[in-house]
Design a protein around this ligand. Structure first.
Ligand SMILES: C[S@@+](CC[C@H](N)C(=O)[O-])C[C@H]1O[C@@H](n2cnc3c(N)ncnc32)[C@H](O)[C@@H]1O
Length: 452
């Protein structure tokens, strides 16, 4: 049977893909259908047909899954933040495990069994960082919210179920100030108007709050009043920052930060360590799960006091410090200079003296360390961005062949791609998903590799 655009079909959902979408077959031809769950029977409309697969949308759910639930969020369908609020939480953990397993089965020589996903006890209000776009509603009143799925239309939110509650209150308070004082908001089309984004960060353990106002200009009207009112209402605010972004760009924050109150950072505690968090440096957005992730990774690395350890893509040095107490020396490599400065300061504050942080591209710095400076690691930890590892770094890792490697990944597709190259010399001992982003399609995995 030929699958045709704009035609209706009744299909069984036979699996879920690694972005949460349901998968059906029509005479062997694969169709992806968002918002469906394995085991469901649905009537669909085909909306797009490509050579090897098609996309459909649900017209009617004929037989719902027993794991289907009514979403608890009013804006779920329009907002791009969550993908799985229509599924029972425990089932989302299984879906994530299965999705990684399918990729492993397809790509790797060794068909290792992916372990159960480590979930959250209370998967609510877990995000410590929010970036709210500021815009105008139909009545031309300033609003903050989230971008509607794949667009730049702002959907105002009443309560977001994954963002920290107090940060949300602070963002709404700042919006009220903008409204009352008739401060202009940025318009992407005309490139006019002042306030672009309200960014908030919170230390979950310390309760320290940061407020960043991203502006298209340099001066906020009634700046001092705003600072005073925010501090009166939220005494745990430790930093208020003005971030200058006058460029025509989708990138939220500009490079220049001006401190309006505090030192320009907040602190948080992970494990035994305190970390300094700046507006621009990477810090895991779900610290409760990050602590679990790091502990699993560090324990699995089985580091001993004779070991030289590399922490590639180290951010502000969180994993480096976790590993430092077991190792002889840890080298952290990170491209964002500010993050490296934070990492150095974090080591100092925590009285750790066996770490060295280097700013630069992993591809180049790793090559230099290994081939010029002849620093050879016994263990390598990597935690790259979504695009995974570059070829040169994989070659260098295979060349020095550390006895153990731990690969933390936020993208299972690039993870299995890289593992298939590392399989040449390594046995994959464990792949364990950790649910860093409950109810989203994202899956984080810790993988442990041992030299053959
Ligand atoms: C997934 S984060 C991990 C950070 C850290 N391990 C943590 O858990 O907080 C990836 C980090 O890699 C950095 N990064 C991205 N591309 C890089 C590159 N080519 N070389 C070095 N660092 C890079 C990013 O700035 C970011 O801090």
């Amino acid at each position: 049977m030929l699958v045709e655009k704009n035609k209706e079909y009744i299909v069984d959902i036979i699996d879920n893909g690694f972005e949460g979408e349901g998968i059906a077959k029509i005479d062997g031809f694969t169709v992806f259908i968002p918002n469906t769950i394995k085991g469901e029977k649905v009537k669909i409309l085909i909306v797009k047909v490509l050579k090897s697969h098609a996309f459909g949308k649900v017209l009617e759910t004929i037989k719902p899954s027993k794991y289907r639930k009514t979403s608890d969020c009013e804006t779920y369908k329009r907002c791009g933040g969550c993908d799985l609020r229509h599924v029972e939480y425990q089932e989302t953990l299984k879906m994530k495990q299965n999705a990684v397993q399918s990729l492993v089965n397809k790509t790797l020589k060794e068909k290792i069994e992916v372990q159960e996903t480590v979930g959250m006890e209370k998967p609510l209000f877990y995000r410590n960082k929010a970036q709210y776009p500021v815009g105008l509603d139909k009545q031309k009143n300033p609003v903050i919210g989230v971008f509607a799925n794949r667009t730049h239309e702002i959907i105002p939110i009443k309560e977001c179920l994954i963002q920290n509650k107090e940060s949300q209150e602070m963002a709404k308070f700042v919006l009220e100030f903008i409204r009352e004082n008739k401060i202009s908001v940025y318009d992407e089309k005309s490139r006019k108007g002042l306030v672009r984004h309200i960014v908030t960060k919170i230390g979950i353990k310390t309760n320290e709050l940061m407020l960043v106002l991203v502006i298209n200009g340099r001066k906020i009207p009634k700046e001092q009043e705003l600072i005073k009112e925010v501090l009166e209402k939220f005494p745990n605010v430790k930093s208020i920052i003005k971030n200058i972004n006058t460029k025509n760009t989708n990138v939220i924050m500009g490079k220049e930060n001006i401190n309006l109150f505090g030192n320009g950072y907040i602190k948080d505690v992970l494990g035994d360590y305190e970390f300094k968090i700046s507006p621009l440096s990477f810090y895991q957005v779900n610290p409760i799960q990050a602590e679990k992730l790091y502990n699993i990774g560090v324990e699995a690395a089985c580091i001993s006091k004779d070991d030289i350890v590399f922490d590639l893509y180290c951010g502000i040095g969180t994993i480096s410090l976790f590993m430092s107490k077991y190792a002889k020396k840890v080298y952290g490599i990170e491209i964002v200079e500010n993050a490296v400065n934070d990492a150095k300061e974090n080591a100092k504050t925590n009285k750790v003296d066996n770490t060295e942080f280097i700013a630069g591209d992993v591809e180049e710095v790793l090559d230099d360390l290994i081939n010029n400076k002849k620093v050879i690691p016994d263990i390598i930890m990597v935690d790259p961005p979504r695009k995974g590892l570059d070829n040169k770094s994989i070659e260098n890792i295979l060349k020095v062949s550390p006895k153990k490697m731990v690969y933390i990944s936020c993208n299972p597709a690039t993870l299995v791609r890289d593992l298939s190259k590392l399989e040449e010399k390594y046995i994959i001992k464990m792949i364990k998903p950790v649910d860093m982003f409950p109810f989203s399609k994202h899956v984080e995995c810790v993988t442990v590799l041992c030299l053959k």
